[in-house]
Design a protein around this ligand. Structure first.
Ligand code: FPP
Length: 244
C-alpha cells in the first residue's frame, strides 16, 4: 500500500503548522551559501502547500520568518525578503488556480515596504478562495502575539468594555492573530531540532508534535504523508482517558 493510501482521509488534521528548519545546513552540505538553501526551501513550500490542499487539509501555517530572524546578517535578511517578494509574485496565480487563500500572521508592518505591499496584494487577490488557508508567519513570535493580545485585553478592560472576570480561553484566543482558525492538530519541525522556538505557544496546548531529521528543502509530499500517518497512529486523549 502506498503512503498516501495509508492515510485515513476522514481523520485528517484540520490544521497543520510547520517550523521549516535546516535550509542553511542543507546548503552547507552542498558547499553553497545559505540563500541557496532558502531558495530550495521554496520548492518544499510549494509541494507541501499543494499536497495539503489536495488531501483536504483546511489550514496550513508556515513559520517563514521569526521576530528573532531580524538578528541574522543583513544580507541574509534582505535575500529572504527578496525571495518572499519574488515567490508571492510568481505563485499568487497558482494559489488562485488551486483555490487557496493566503493569510499572514505576525508584525507584518515591520517588513520592508515592497514586501509588505506584495503580501497585502496577494492576500487581497486570494481572499475569496475556499479550499485551504495558507498562513505565513512573518516577523512572528508567540510572545509578541501574546503581549499584543494582553495589551488589548487590558485596554478593553480599562475602557470598561470587558469584565476581567469574563476573560477565559475563548476570549484570549479571539485576541490572537489566529482568531479565525482552529488550533493546529499537528506541528511538524524539520532538521532534527526538538524545539518550539516561540511559535504558536498558546495554540499548541494539545497539538501533536512531529519531528523529522530531514532538512526543510528535502521535505516533500511523501514526508508529509509520513507525518500524517504518524499523527493518525496516536491516541489523543486531551487529558482524559481513552474509551475502553
Ligand atoms: C530555517 O532554516 C528557515 C528560515 C528561517 C526561513 C524559511 C524560509 C523559506 C523556506 C523560504 C521563503 C518562504 C516563503 C514562504 C516564500 P535555517 O536558515 O534556520 O537553517 P539552519 O538551521 O540550517 O541554519
Amino acid at each position: 500500500m502506498s503512503l498516501k493510501e495509508q492515510i485515513d482521509l476522514s481523520r485528517l488534521p484540520k490544521h497543520i503548522a510547520v517550523i521549516m528548519d535546516g535550509n542553511g545546513r542543507w546548503a552547507k552540505q552542498r558547499g553553497k551559501n545559505r540563500i541557496f538553501g532558502h531558495t530550495n526551501g521554496v520548492k518544499a513550500v510549494r509541494e507541501t502547500t499543494e499536497s495539503c490542499a489536495e488531501l483536504g487539509v483546511k489550514f496550513l501555517t508556515l513559520y517563514a520568518f521569526s521576530t528573532e530572524n531580524w538578528g541574522r546578517p543583513r544580507a541574509e535578511v534582505s535575500a529572504l525578503m527578496e525571495l518572499l517578494v519574488r515567490t508571492l509574485r510568481k505563485e499568487t496565480k497558482q494559489l488562485n488556480e488551486n483555490n487557496i487563500r493566503l493569510n499572514a500572521i505576525g508584525n507584518i508592518n515591520t517588513l520592508p515596504k515592497r514586501c509588505h505591499q506584495e503580501l497585502l496584494d496577494a492576500i487581497e487577490m486570494t481572499t475569496n478562495n475556499t479550499r485551504m488557508t495558507l498562513t505565513l508567519a512573518l516577523s512572528y513570535s508567540a510572545r509578541w502575539e501574546m503581549t499584543k493580545a494582553i495589551q488589548r485585553i487590558a485596554q478593553a478592560a480599562a475602557a470598561g468594555q470587558l469584565d476581567p472576570s469574563q476573560v477565559n480561553d475563548q476570549v484570549i484566543s479571539s485576541y490572537l492573530e489566529t482568531a479565525d482558525m482552529p488550533d493546529p492538530e499537528l506541528l511538524i519541525r524539520t532538521s532534527g531540532e526538538h524545539r518550539i522556538s516561540n511559535f504558536l505557544l498558546w495554540q499548541i496546548a494539545y497539538t501533536e508534535l512531529y519531528f523529522t531529521q530531514n532538512f526543510w528543502p528535502d521535505f516533500n509530499e511523501e514526508e508529509l504523508y509520513k507525518a500524517i500517518i504518524d499523527f493518525q497512529s496516536r491516541d489523543r486523549r486531551f487529558g482524559k482517558l481513552s474509551p475502553t
